[in-house]
Design a protein. Sequence first.
Length: 296
Amino acid sequence: MTAPDLRDVERMLAIRVFEEKLLELFAAGKVPGTTHTCLGQEYIPVAVLDLVPDADVFSNHRGHGHYLARYDDPRGLLAEILGKDEGICRGVGGSQHVYRPGFMSTGVQGSGVPVAAGVALSRKQRGTGGLSLCFVGDGTWGEGVLYETLNIAALWNLPLLMVVENNGIAQTTPSADALAGTIGGRAAAFGIEHILIDGCDVDAIRSALAGPVARVRSGEPLVVEFRTERLGPHSKGDDTRDAQWRARAAAADWYAVYDVQGNESFTAAERRQRERIDRVVAEVLAMEQSRWEHSA
Ligand SMILES: Cc1ncc(C[n+]2csc(CCOP(=O)(O)OP(=O)(O)O)c2C)c(N)n1
């Protein structure tokens, strides 16, 4: 692995610290609704989003890292999750339904995929350039609309980049019990290129993807599958994986692979981010609740 760039590591740490704080706030009863953290997967949006500053991003239920890697706006996101008026969507969307121009998430599995293709079609027809980037989990390959979308994307040469965060499990169902064949094989059925990324080296990921992503812009849809590990539970207490699996996930964690603890500049970056996120938490907790909050 090449020496990781401090700025990239700091962005990954910002997401990690944010997600850890969120679980603490949840345990303290401060988070309405539910929340899904991306602990372990932070490097994926950090690696990918820098390649596509011209993309509309379609995110999913596990989308905090996607948003933070793009906008570095923990204040707006936390305020949104906690239902505050200063949240990105005035506290109406919460953790899973975030919108701002160029970014949209949804908690309805797979429902962002055809929307991403529609926006890609619109870009193509209007000749604006750019592309749609859609994040999905491996479990979402059980949603039929995904295949209808791949079919149309291939047939109409849409600038659609689908990033699959394959953490091997969908809520409590191991992918091996639900997914026949492979994700690569399914992309191939539509004549769509598939790239498998196994590893968390952000520079290597960008080098591997730069060329294929450039081809997406000219109308070659692409599926990029990341073999990754979810460090936390699906949402809060629902982790059915055995100790062996959890140990494997911990060993693959980029935080360990990058040896954050053994690198002075990384530990300083982590300290900076902890202080920053602590400040954000204090500010957000002091904000007014959203006036859109239901009173019942
Ligand atoms: C249409 C729909 N069905 C079921 C759910 C409940 N649900 C939320 S996340 C999830 C599992 C998603 O697994 P995957 O796509 O692999 O993403 P991961 O959670 O592993 O990141 C399920 C079943 C949902 N949100 N939407």
